[in-house]
Design a binder for this molecule. Structure first.
Ligand SMILES: Cc1ncc(COP(=O)(O)O)c(C=O)c1O
Length: 216
């Protein structure tokens, strides 16, 4: 399907958080992953049909979506998953909050790469969990977690490692050996992992393939 990416859609007068944040200032708001492109017709038509129906009671979990997701994981990553592993959530950030609250006790800490997309740290903060910051280091043009530099920050009460792959803001699409370093770190410190892979389809390096952390 051809798509007109040159069409400018004015959002300044809408409730858009992205555009309202710097309203009235000479700022082009590129601070958040919120594009100004119109959604594809198939999405708009499906939403319109749902709205035209006019009754918005409780819906069921979409079974077809589970099957599509399983097939996509198998086809793209040779990763076999089971439908009972899937939990549909309204967005990824709610998943970060859920993971922190479900997987750690009040006295346990969360290891979080730094810098990182702010909601990771907000999830730990709002749950009242201690944060141990794992510094990101630039080496050979890649921002990666400096695990040796992380060890001094640990106190032994850590339970969960937050992983952002590809990393925001570093842009790093982690390679297998880098993910294996994460795995070794988590095994060494007996950590669970919360892996945010929302940007896995945005790989810009030809031939590079995303590796779901859980597939290791
Ligand atoms: C790493 C990362 N996770 C999550 C999100 C947002 O996820 P959602 O809108 O599904 O809560 C973003 C948006 O920029 C992001 O960069």
């Amino acid at each position: 399907m051809a798509f007109n990416f040159d069409e400018c859609i004015e959002r300044r007068h809408s409730d858009s958080y992205k555009w309202q944040k710097y309203a009235g200032q000479d700022v082009i708001p590129l601070w958040v992953a919120d594009t100004d492109f119109r959604s594809p017709p198939c999405i708009i038509e499906a939403l319109r049909a749902r709205v035209d129906h006019g009754v918005f009671g409780y819906g069921m979990s979409p079974t077809a979506l589970g099957d599509i997701f399983i097939e996509r994981m198998r086809e793209r990553y040779q990763w076999d998953i089971k439908v009972e592993w899937l939990v549909f959530l309204p967005g990824l950030v709610s998943g970060l909050h859920l993971a922190v609250r479900a997987l750690t006790e009040a006295a346990e800490a969360v290891v979080i790469p730094n810098p990182i997309y702010p909601p990771f740290r907000a999830a730990a903060r709002s749950a009242g969990r201690q944060q141990r910051l794992a510094p990101m280091r630039l080496a050979n043009g890649r921002w990666c977690v400096d695990f040796a530099g992380t060890d001094p920050a640990l106190a032994g009460d850590e339970r969960l490692l937050m992983l952002c792959n590809p990393h925001n803001p570093g842009g790093t699409a982690y390679r297998r050996e880098e993910l294996m370093q994460h795995l070794a770190f988590t095994q060494q410190h007996d950590l669970l992992v919360c892996s945010d892979e929302i940007h896995c389809d945005l790989l810009l390096t030809p031939g590079l393939r995303h590796i779901p952390f859980a597939s290791l």
